[in-house]
Design a protein around this ligand. Structure first.
Ligand code: UDP
Ligand code: MG
Length: 323
């Protein structure tokens, strides 16, 4: 079997402190896998500079001159981690057979890559890197991160628990993924939508080697919101449900006001006023929910996601035009 070409895709934003250290480890990993005969010599470490304001790009260009296994691309401006990973994956999809996306701060254990490549060689097209422990995270980070996954799950977004963006993806999956044209990116929730055989490998997450996290609570919340709204229209369903519930309540309230009215327990005008308020409130919420349902449908339509993806055919794939 032909050895796969691996591209390690690494988004970098203001990482001048860590890049000189971690780039050595990534290169050593590429050499190790080549020596072990697992991957092809044409494998590369692909850095994606996400509009850094420090010396990150200078470091990347210098690394690229030093060793041919280092290559880099730069985004014209800072677009955020998800877009940087996407840019790297799309750049790699036609050159590589497999890609592994990983952060450049040394937090994710690069030794898990061996297992990932093995899983690919065993037939998996997507391998999720899952954090087995979060001991090195602060209590706050661990708590917010775990709440984040639970919230996503409750809202109907299917994600692999405790998996961030450390994952192996084959070029075949990436070619299908390229048809997911949406602008709101939430990669970890989108790859499960593409399908294909997948598995998880477990690793321990370390502390950042140097520098500071670019994901403060504010950005985590924004990512969670993006995740929920880009993968699910459950929040709209909640409005419709709430509307129906309040309408039922207001209907009961109307009956109650009539009873009060006939029992002469109310002042003149009270019954009619309360009835109208309840009625309008309920009807309005249902209308909002119905409108929301249509907006949700439009939202899903404008994404132009592929409606089906074929993974297997009984005839020789080479006979047909590549999809
Ligand atoms: N990153 C990026 N663009 C950004 C923010 C972050 O490319 O706007 C990169 C960053 O260089 C790192 C990865 O995304 O390689 C994860 O960021 P960070 O380590 O700050 O997040 P955390 O691990 O704390 O969640
Ligand atoms: Mg980090």
């Amino acid at each position: 079997m032909k050895k796969p070409i691996l591209y390690i895709v690494i988004p970098c934003y203001n990482e001048e402190e860590v890049l000189p250290i971690t780039s050595r480890d990534f290169l050593a990993k590429i050499y190790e896998l080549i020596e072990k005969d697992k991957i092809d010599g044409k494998s590369r470490v692909l850095f994606v500079n996400d509009g850094s304001k420090d010396k990150t790009w200078e470091i990347i260009t210098k690394l690229a001159q030093e060793d041919e296994h280092f290559i880099g691309i730069a985004q014209s401006r800072n677009r955020g981690h998800q877009n940087a990973v996407l840019a790297g994956l799309m750049e790699a999809k036609d050159k590589a057979d497999i890609t592994i996306s990983i952060d450049c701060d040394g937090q994710d254990d690069i030794n898990a890559m061996n297992e990932m490549v093995d899983a690919y060689l065993d037939g998996c097209e997507v391998v999720y890197g899952v954090r087995s422990k979060r001991d090195t995270d602060t209590f706050f980070k661990r708590f917010t991160a775990e709440t984040f996954y639970k919230l996503l799950y409750a809202m109907g977004a299917e994600v692999v628990f405790n998996h961030a963006d450390y994952r192996l993806v084959s070029s075949r999956v990436l070619r299908e993924f390229a048809d997911f044209k949406e602008v709101n990116l939430f990669l970890r929730g989108m790859f499960p939508l593409v399908g294909f055989k997948s598995t998880s490998v477990y690793y321990e997450r370390h502390e950042r080697i140097a520098g500071e996290s670019h994901y403060p609570l504010r950005k985590m919340l924004a990512l969670a919101f993006d995740g929920i709204t880009s993968l699910s229209i459950k929040p709209i369903r909640i409005i419709t449900g709430l509307g129906t519930f309040i309408s039922i309540l207001s209907f009961l309230a109307i009956i109650w006001t009539f009873i009060m009215f006939y029992m002469k327990n109310s002042v003149v005008g009270w019954a009619s006023t309360i009835s109208i308020i309840c009625f309008i409130g309920g009807v309005q919420l249902i209308c909002l929910g119905v409108l929301g349902e249509y907006i949700g449908k439009i939202y899903m339509e404008v994404k132009h996601r592929p409606r089906y993806i074929i993974s297997e055919r009984t005839w020789d794939q080479k006979d047909t035009k590549q999809n």
